[in-house]
Design a protein around this ligand. Structure first.
Ligand code: PLP
Length: 418
């Protein structure tokens, strides 16, 4: 029963340092969040000791009576949260949920049509080095060069020409709502299945602040740790008719024993996401993103060659276009890091720079909203980012403003260590 700090001081130091980093900086990576203390408790629990291959009531191991309760709660809660007929809460990650979804829907050699990685899609939507690009034939759609939006008429023409078995709706970097009804009608017209990967915007859907793909899609996958603010993991939702195929695609198709500690933590996260506080928080997520987009659209920022892709945002992130700026994505990421703001550089569609450098930034508001930020704080954050990206700012002075915000909104207050 030796505590971590005694047994392994080196790893204990990593936890302490990382907690300090999260506390003392502004986390604006759009795919990150802060899981509530209760989620961390469930995830760091004795449930990690339990093997439970199979599904509740049908396990290949004894002693599953309590973990069954956790998994059934997670399933029921996520079905209720999204109005889904079926849920599988076992995927270890978003990528594994996606692998299982495709394995259930089609067979290797079939064709998928998803948003190109370079235009905001995800690796698992057909990137050539990923399983999705290796197992399946891939056709990719793009955003338009003038609007940076997906043109549904063009997508329809492409779907008719390509005849994919699966059309993928969903993204990792796209600041606008998708038209799920149009996706459905195109899929029906060409005889394809519709899979939506709502990993990024699931929290907004749960709060009723984003159109839901669930009624329109055959299968919906998600991560649980982005806007949903739960443990790092994945989930699959679908119409009941997919239950058997999806269950078998996850286990034994893709995975062995489920991570029961993570599944318990998912159940906690889904409970939180059904509450009023969560909804109010997602409103601040959206408000914060709009404040940042508006500030970065202003004339003084535009003069420095910095603009906002699509001119704004409907979601929790803002994509910054640096193609006309003296800063590239790497330099802008480093500059914001030096003032204490963590973002990630991100290729913009039609990016002239290589993927390790890029000409864009992806800035997200979920983690800061979880920290308690509202309009006044996001306005201050937007000012700091604008000042940094315009160039010539006093980095130390901006850093001091970041420190004040982090001090005013303590993260995991009262928690000495983790
Ligand atoms: N799907 C989308 C749209 C994502 O953005 C991501 C993660 O960035 C994933 C799936 C994969 O999730 P994970 O990192 O948990 O495998």
């Amino acid at each position: 029963n030796v505590p971590l700090s005694e047994l392994d001081p080196e790893i204990a130091a990593v936890l302490k340092d990382e907690l300090g980093r999260q506390r003392d900086t502004l986390e604006m990576i759009a795919s990150e969040n802060f899981a509530p203390r209760a989620v961390l408790e469930a995830q760091g629990s004795v449930l990690t000791n339990k093997y439970a291959e199979g599904y509740p009531g049908r396990r290949y191991y004894g002693g599953c009576e309590y973990v069954d309760v956790a998994e059934n709660l997670a399933i029921q809660r996520v079905k209720d949260l999204f109005g889904a007929e079926y849920a599988n809460v076992q995927p270890h990650s978003g990528a594994q949920a996606n692998a299982a979804a495709l394995a259930a829907m089609i067979t290797p050699g079939d064709k998928i049509l998803g948003l190109s990685l370079a235009h905001g899609g995800h690796l698992t939507h057909g990137m050539k080095l990923n399983f999705s690009g290796k197992l399946y034939q891939v056709a990719a759609y793009q955003v338009e060069e003038d609007t940076f939006r997906i043109d549904m008429d063009k997508l329809r023409e492409q779907a008719i020409a390509e005849k994919p078995q699966v059309i993928i709706a969903g993204w990792s970097a796209y600041p606008r709502h998708l038209d799920f009804e149009a996706f459905r009608s195109i899929a029906d017209e060409v005889g394809a299945l519709l899979w939506t990967d709502m990993a990024h915007f699931a929290g907004l859907v749960a709060a009723g602040l984003h159109p839901s793909p669930v009624p329109h899609s055959d299968v919906v996958t998600s991560t649980v740790h982005k806007t949903l603010a739960g443990p790092r993991s994945g989930v699959i939702l679908a119409k009941q008719e997919w239950a058997k195929k999806l269950n078998s695609a996850v286990f034994p198709g893709q995975q062995g024993g489920p991570l029961m500690h993570v599944i318990a933590a998912k159940a906690v996260a889904f409970k939180v996401a059904a509450g009023e506080e969560f909804k109010e928080r997602q409103q601040r997520v959206l408000e914060g993103a709009k404040i940042i987009a508006d500030r970065l659209n202003a004339a003084d920022v535009a003069e420095a060659g910095v603009s906002v892709l699509t001119g704004g945002t409907d979601v929790h992130l803002v994509l910054v276009d640096l193609r006309n700026s003296t800063l590239d994505g790497q330099q802008a990421e480093d500059l914001l890091h030096s003032v204490g703001i963590t973002v990630n550089r991100n290729a913009v569609p039609f990016d002239p720079r290589p993927p390790m450098v890029t000409s864009g930034l992806r800035i997200g508001t979920p983690a800061l909203a979880t920290r308690g930020f509202g309009a006044p704080e996001f306005t201050e954050v937007a000012e700091i980012i604008a000042a940094a990206l315009k160039g010539g700012a006093d980095v130390d002075a901006l850093g001091a403003r970041v420190k004040k915000l982090t001090a005013d909104f303590p993260l995991y207050p009262g928690q000495e260590e983790w």
